[in-house]
Design a protein around this ligand. Structure first.
Ligand code: CTP
Length: 406
């Protein structure tokens, strides 16, 4: 399918071993009808040649800010003007740092600073570099600047064999992100701001121990991604999870229930809020500042617990209550009765009830069987993948919000 017919992609190839995958990316983009023009950094040319990139893109390859040919023929401003989207793949830690801080000392960074086009980055680096506080800061800055991320994925690094997060997304994943970003079909949720909570919360006992639950964040993240595909401005507040931030979604990372509550409140006002997170109901009354040691003869410590704030109920009864408030109910028994009660108590418009009594079921699994409970009735959906639940729920949310608008 020529899904990218007539679209012009400017691909900036950074210097990393993953640059070999960019060759395949060029092919995949062109197969779908896009034209691909490439800029390579000096380091990128150590990994793949301009000859291969030029042959695959069927265009001149741009490498040098001061090259007569490059600057006379097509300056960095024109490179950006003549593109519909800029893709940086692989985006090295260095390229991310330059982009986040507005540095411009070569052609790639000049194009990125001079552009008014949307930018998609596919980071690739050693997991330690990806997790370094400096890279994390740069990532947060770029997200705030509306730069879109695809990956990195978890897995083994090509050069070191080390495992962790830092592998560049596969060419087809990058293509899917490009397709989403360039999809100009009308979006039912465009202009709507939607808050989504996802994942578990961690409630500290001491600096090394915490209370948590089995939530993976898969369902909440899938809902955030599905709402973004429908054009919503999605703000995801995520507890600690191991899955990547969904594409096109501004994500705030928190640890505890109280941090999640503060983050959600700061995001108000919003058109809708979807509470998918498995928030811990209780926390320890006083988390110890230092590690609690075993003391011979004293036995285990008695943990004094206090109740956490109910984030959903707080927003359901808030003065700035969004038009649509959706809660989840993880139940092991009396699913419907409990969901109906939660609808009232928490001030929600919809409760998505899921039966978590099965081992390997909704909590942590890939599938979900949900029942939608609202004032107007009950709708039981068949068992399906969490992505399918997310798409269907996003459709339902769009319908509800459109009926509010008229
Ligand atoms: N929730 C929340 N803040 C909490 C607890 C729950 O926002 N402190 C939200 C969840 O995100 C979910 C809904 O409330 O949307 C239902 O959570 P659940 O744990 O099933 O309900 P509880 O209120 O904890 O009731 P119970 O433990 O009695 O089942």
């Amino acid at each position: 399918m020529k899904t990218l017919s007539g679209k012009r992609i400017l691909l900036i190839i950074g210097g990393g071993i993953a640059a070999y995958k960019s060759l395949d990316l060029i092919r995949r983009l062109r197969e779908r009808g896009a034209s691909v023009r490439c800029v390579m950094t000096a380091a990128a040319q150590e990994f793949v040649t301009t000859l291969s990139v030029g042959a695959l893109s069927a265009d001149h390859v741009f490498t040098d800010l001061f090259d007569r040919h490059d600057e006379h023929d097509v300056g960095h401003i024109r490179l950006s003007r003549e593109a519909d989207l800029i893709v940086v793949a692989p985006a090295t830690a260095d390229l991310m740092a330059k982009l986040a801080n507005g540095l411009a000392n070569d052609l790639a960074s000049n194009v990125l600073l001079a552009t008014d086009k949307r930018v998609l980055v596919a980071p690739a680096m050693n997991p330690r570099m990806w997790n370094h506080p400096a890279t994390r800061r740069n990532r947060a800055t770029l997200v705030a600047d509306d730069v879109i991320f695809v990956g990195p994925n978890r897995g083994e690094m090509a050069e070191s064999g080390e495992a962790g997060e830092g592998r560049m997304a596969e060419p087809l994943e990058i293509v899917a992100s490009v397709e989403t970003m360039l999809d100009d079909a009308p979006k039912p949720l465009s202009g709507k701001k939607i808050i989504v909570t996802s994942g578990p919360t961690h409630e500290p006992i001491d600096p090394v121990r915490y209370i948590a639950n089995r939530s993976s964040g898969k369902q909440g993240h899938a809902i955030a991604a599905a709402l973004a595909r429908l054009g919503a401005d999605v703000r995801l507040v995520s507890g600690p999870v191991t899955i990547p931030d969904p594409m096109g979604v501004k994500t705030v990372h928190v640890e505890s229930a109280r941090e999640m509550k503060d983050a959600v409140e700061q995001l108000l006002p919003a058109d809708a809020a979807i509470f998918v997170a498995a928030v811990a109901d209780w926390r320890t009354a006083d988390a110890a500042d230092i590690k609690i040691k075993k003391v011979a003869g004293e036995g285990p410590p008695a943990l004094q617990m206090v109740e956490n704030p109910d984030i959903l109920a707080g927003i359901g009864h808030h003065v700035q209550r969004p038009h649509l408030v959706v809660g989840f109910a993880a139940e092991t028994n009396d699913v419907l009765e409990n969901a109906q009660a939660k609808l009232k108590k928490k001030g929600a418009d919809l409760i998505v009830a899921n039966d978590v009594s099965q081992q390997g079921g909704a909590m942590g699994g890939d599938r979900n069987r949900v029942t939608i409970v609202s004032k107007s009735g009950v709708d039981q959906w068949a068992d399906m993948p969490k992505e399918a639940v997310a798409d269907r729920l996003a459709g339902l949310i769009a319908e509800r919000l459109m009926s509010v608008a008229v």
